[in-house]
Design a protein around this ligand. Structure first.
Ligand code: CA
Length: 365
């Protein structure tokens, strides 16, 4: 019921914001194209209706339908229902589905620069990622990276800072990273490998069993809200922070470019504006639910909350800088994205030091 109220509230807010564009006669006119109806598919990398991630994709579908007055109907498929989780990008590229929802770092094997658009270890926070993408040139580069595949990306959700993950044994020093078999995707996984561990990429549904059976020693997933939903506390006792590997992970909506271009301009604006509404809403939901879930994990389930030791974080940060720089050197587009990302980070950091960071530091006074 609560979710229904939220979706309905979002629909009203977005509909208000969109009123001007739906009235705009410049968008191909309200005549012939206004009557055409579209039946779209949305495939996701998440388990069906998984909290915040899967439900975020479902919210996007409902919002597009509501804001378009039913002219675009969107049917949502959870991971494996239409295509396997890691084939979402290809499915949207091929037009098997018009929309997809996932995280750009899942496609780094295909597009080397992709990780920069989801999460960079020790990189930008959620606020800064949104700022870079929308006002710092990041989204233009993201579009350039996906253009050869006929896919348009839109930021469509953010987890905020993630947690460092679940460990079956404690991490007391850099030596404890050696031989550690951990589920950790993207650049974070490459960092772990350089630090002596063995990264594994697994879709969400497979994590619990892998951890419980000891097939992996550790896993990161998202944060308390999602980790509690998977029951990861039943498979490992130690819950580490901070999530150095994902300081503000952007989720994405993938849009088949041909399908998008077949829409009249008002519907195009509705699709992109709904993505933007979900982008904002998901971060708010994570922020609200994570603190409730953390309290449940610690107070009710006796989870042992641990901070990574400083020397471990220092080593991971040192290695991260190498890995990120090497990623940038792999092709000209990656170099261009890296330069833009780092330039933004350099400019953003001094301001954050005297704004967010300085303000949050006063909480421990
Ligand atoms: Ca993660």
């Amino acid at each position: 019921m609560q979710r229904r109220a939220l979706v309905s509230g979002l629909g009203l807010a977005a509909a208000g914001a969109l009123a001007a564009c739906t009235r705009d006669p410049g968008g191909g006119g309200a005549g012939a194209s206004g009557d055409r109806r579209y039946a779209w598919k949305l495939v996701t990398t998440w388990p069906p209706n998984f909290p915040a991630l899967g439900t975020g994709a479902a919210n996007l579908a409902k919002l597009i339908e509501r804001c378009s007055g039913g002219r675009i109907r969107v049917k949502v498929y959870g991971a494996g229902e239409l295509v396997p989780p890691f084939e979402v990008f290809d499915a949207v590229s091929a037009g098997t589905a018009e929309l997809g929802h996932g995280g750009a770092y899942y496609w780094k094997g295909k597009i080397n620069a992709a990780s920069f658009f989801s999460a960079v270890p020790f990189g930008l926070s959620a606020m800064e990622m949104n700022a870079w993408l929308h006002y710092g040139g990041g989204l233009d580069l993201w579009r350039e990276a996906y253009a050869p595949f006929g896919v348009l990306p839109m930021p469509c959700g953010n987890s905020g800072v993630q947690m460092g993950g679940w460990f079956r044994r404690e991490i007391d020093s850099v030596a404890d990273l050696k031989g550690l078999k951990m589920r950790i995707p993207g650049l974070g996984g490459e960092v772990l490998a350089r630090a002596g561990g063995t990264p594994v990429t697994l879709p969400g549904q497979e994590i619990f069993t892998a951890l419980q059976t000891g097939a992996i020693d550790a896993t990161e997933w998202v944060g308390p809200y999602n980790d509690l939903a998977f029951g990861l506390h039943q498979a490992a006792k130690f819950y580490y922070y901070p999530g150095w590997q994902e300081p503000g992970t952007v989720l994405e909506c993938l849009i088949n470019r041909q399908a998008f271009e077949s829409l009249p301009e008002d519907l195009q604006a509705i699709v992109t504006t709904c993505c933007r509404a979900v982008n904002d809403d998901m971060l708010a939901e994570f922020t609200a639910r994570n603190h409730e879930a953390l309290a449940t994990l610690v107070d009710k389930h006796g989870v042992q909350l641990r901070r990574f030791p400083d020397d471990v974080l220092r080593e991971l940060k040192r290695v991260s800088e190498q890995i990120v720089a090497e990623t940038a050197a792999k092709d000209p587009l990656s170099r261009k994205v890296y330069d833009s990302f780092k330039a933004f980070e350099r400019k953003s950091a001094p301001y954050f030091a005297v704004s967010e960071q300085a303000m949050l530091a006063t909480r421990s006074l």
